[in-house]
Design a protein around this ligand. Sequence first.
Ligand SMILES: [Zn+2]
Ligand SMILES: [Zn+2]
Length: 258
Amino acid sequence: MLFDSHTHCDYSTDSSMNISEAIRAARKANVGMIVTEHWDYDYPTNPYAFLFDVDDYFKQFNVYRSDSVLLGIEVGMQKHTVSKDEALIKAHPFDCVIASMHCVNGRDLYEPNSYKGITKAEAVQEFLEDSIANVRLYRDFDIFGHIDYICRYMPYEDQELYYEEFPTLWDELFKLLIDGGKVLEINTRRLDSLKAIETLQILYQRYQQLGGRYISLGSDAHYKEHVGRRMAVAKKMADDVSLVPVYFQDRKMKIMEE
Ligand SMILES: [Zn+2]
Ligand SMILES: [Zn+2]
C-alpha cells in the first residue's frame, strides 16, 4: 500500500477536513495516511495560529490509529525555536515528524510582502541558505517537507526551481539531509504541472546521485478531495530516479509495499 505521509486535519487551523473524512478519502484512494498537523512556533503573522493541544490530539485521535492511519506532526523550522520544537517532539509519541520551511529569516513565505524588493534569485538563495541553516540545527525529524514550497507563493514570472542556478547550495542541503539520515519528500501539490515535474525531477535525481536512497510521498491535503492525490505520479518519479518510497511508523522507517 502506498502511504500519503503528509495530511492536515482538525488540529491544523487552515485545514477544511476532519479526520473521519480524511480516512474515508484515504480508503477510497487505497492509500495509508499520516496525519501531520501544523506546528509553527512564533509564526510571523500570528504567533499562535499554527499551534495546537498535542495531548488532546493524541487523546482524540488515538481511536483512529492503526497500521494504515498514523499520527505525526509537521514542524515549521525557525532557527530561534529549535530547542522548543525538539522538546515538543521528544515529549510525544509521534509516528512521523516532517520538518518544513514555511518562513525564511522570520518572514512568512506565504506572504507577498516577504518578496518585496528582492529578485527571484535573491529569494531562492535566501530560501536555500536558511534551509541549510535550519537543517544544521534541527536533529530530531524524519522527513524534510516540500522542497518546492516557495514555488507556490513567490510572485515571479517563472516559479520553478532550477538546480543549475544554485548547485552548491542544493548539494549542501541534500548532503546534510543524507548524512543526517533524513528523507526527502515528493510533495504532490504541484505535480499537475509538467514543468514542475521536470524541474523537480532534476533535484530528486541529484539527491539520489549524492547518496539519497529514500523518499516519502505527501499530498499536503487540507481538503478531503486531495488525500492521496497524484500518488501514482510521485511514485513514478521516485521509480525513475531509483528512490525507494518509505513512510514512518513509531519513528521507524518502513518501505512502502505496492
Ligand atoms: Zn508545510
Ligand atoms: Zn503541510
